[in-house]
Design a protein. Structure first.
Length: 357
C-alpha cells in the first residue's frame, strides 16, 4: 500500500487524474482488450473528472476502449434521478468523452430482485475478468464503495437537504471484488476522514472499519489531503512523505488553483457562480441556462481564434492539441508568477457536438 500526501484538493485531483491517464495509456486498450475502470461514489472529488476531460480534449487520453462500472447505487433511485450514481457520472464525465454507451455498467436501483441484480452486475464484470483499476473514496465511518446514507449530515443535500429522503439501502460491490481488482486508487479528503485514514494505515484489519481491508490488497494507492493526516502518528506522516512520488504533482496549479473552472453544475451542487464556466479565463463550455446539461464545445480546425501570446501558454485545445505528456502547462511553480492577463478574452467560434447519449 502506498500513501501519497498532498497539500490541497487541487493537487490531489491532478495527481489522481494523471495516475489514471498513465495506467490507461500504458495498458494500450483495444476493442478486443478493453481497460476496465471502476467508478467511485459521489464523495469522489469531481475535479478529477475535469482533468480527465481536459486530457481527452488535448488528445492525450481516449475512452473509446474503456469499460466503466459504477461501484454502487441507491435502492429505489433510477438513473434519471440527480441523486443516483449513474446520473452523477453521466453528468460529470460520460457525456463529455468518447465513451460508447454500451461500455457502461451500472446497478439498476429500481429492480425488485436485489440478489439477481447483484449477480447480473458480477457476471458482467466477470466477462472482463476483474477491474484493471478501481477508483474509490471513503466516508468518515471508513466505508468504501459507498458512503453510508445518514452517516454524515453533510450528505443531506443529495436528497433536497432532507435526511428522511435518503434511501436506507444501496447496491454496491463486495469486499472480495474490491480485493480482486488489479489496482485500487483511493482518495481521502478532509479532516473528518482523518480517523478512517489512521485505521486504514496504522490499525489492524477490522470489520468495523471496512477501509482497513485495503491493507490486504497487493497494489493499493491512497492519495489524501494534508489535513486528512491529523490522526496519523508523526512518524507515519514523515515516512510516507519521504518515500512519496512527487513526479505527478505540480507545486501550484495555474490561476487560483482552478477556482475559475467551477463544478459541472447539477442540482446536487447548486447554481453556477457565473454564466460561463471558465478555466484560465477562457470558455470551456458555451453559455447556456443552468437547467441544461453542459456540453464541452468543440474546437474544429476551422475555428477562428483571437488570442495573445501570453494566453497561448495555457490554451491547449486551441487550435492544436498539446503533445502527450505536456499537461503540466496548466501548472506553474510556487515561485513563479502567472503571465496570463485576467482581462483577456478568448473568442472562439464553436459548435455543439454530439457528446454521449
Amino acid at each position: 500500500m502506498r500513501l501519497i500526501i498532498r497539500e490541497n484538493e487541487h493537487v490531489v485531483s491532478y495527481y489522481v487524474a494523471n495516475y489514471i491517464k498513465d495506467k490507461i495509456n500504458r495498458f494500450k486498450p483495444t476493442k478486443e482488450k478493453p481497460f476496465v475502470l471502476g467508478l467511485p461514489d459521489s464523495s469522489f472529488p469531481l475535479e478529477i473528472f475535469k482533468f480527465l476531460i481536459i486530457f481527452y480534449k488535448n488528445h492525450e487520453l481516449s475512452f473509446e476502449n474503456i469499460v466503466f462500472f459504477c461501484n454502487d447505487e441507491f435502492l429505489d433511485v433510477d438513473t434519471t434521478n440527480p441523486s443516483s450514481s449513474y446520473y452523477l457520472m453521466n453528468h460529470n464525465l460520460f457525456r463529455h468523452i468518447d465513451l460508447p454507451f454500451e461500455n457502461i455498467g451500472f446497478f439498476d436501483g429500481k429492480v425488485e430482485n436485489l440478489q439477481d441484480e447483484c449477480k447480473r452486475h458480477e457476471q458482467e464484470l466477470s466477462k472482463y475478468g476483474t477491474f484493471d483499476l478501481l477508483l474509490t473514496s471513503i466516508g468518515p465511518g471508513g466505508h468504501i464503495t459507498f458512503n453510508k446514507p445518514g452517516s454524515s449530515l453533510e450528505n443531506r443535500y443529495f436528497f433536497d437537504n432532507n435526511l428522511s429522503k435518503v434511501p436506507k439501502l444501496s447496491l454496491n460491490l463486495r469486499i472480495q471484488t474490491i480485493l480482486d481488482s488489479k489496482k485500487v486508487a483511493m482518495t481521502i479528503t478532509g479532516i473528518e476522514n482523518s480517523l478512517a485514514l489512521s485505521k486504514c494505515t496504522e490499525g489492524e484489519v477490522n470489520h468495523m472499519w471496512v477501509i482497513s481491508v485495503i491493507q490486504l490488497h497487493p497494489s493499493a494507492l491512497i492519495v489524501c489531503y494534508e489535513n486528512s493526516t491529523s490522526k496519523l502518528l508523526v512518524k507515519t506522516v514523515k515516512y510516507y512523505k519521504n518515500i512519496g512520488d512527487s513526479r505527478l504533482s505540480p507545486p501550484e496549479l495555474y490561476v487560483n488553483d482552478l477556482n475559475n473552472f467551477g463544478f459541472f453544475q447539477s442540482p446536487l451542487y447548486g447554481s453556477p457562480s457565473a454564466s460561463e464556466i471558465r478555466l484560465n479565463n477562457y470558455s470551456l463550455f458555451p453559455n447556456r441556462p443552468f437547467q441544461a446539461l453542459p456540453e464541452i464545445a468543440s474546437t474544429p480546425a476551422s475555428s477562428s481564434v483571437s488570442i495573445s501570446s501570453n494566453a497561448q501558454k495555457v490554451l491547449s485545445v486551441l487550435p492544436t492539441p498539446i503533445p502527450p505528456g505536456s499537461t503540466h502547462i496548466y501548472a506553474s511553480t510556487s515561485n513563479q508568477t502567472s503571465t496570463h492577463q485576467t482581462d483577456e478574452e478568448i473568442k472562439v467560434k464553436t459548435e455543439n457536438p454530439r457528446i454521449g447519449s
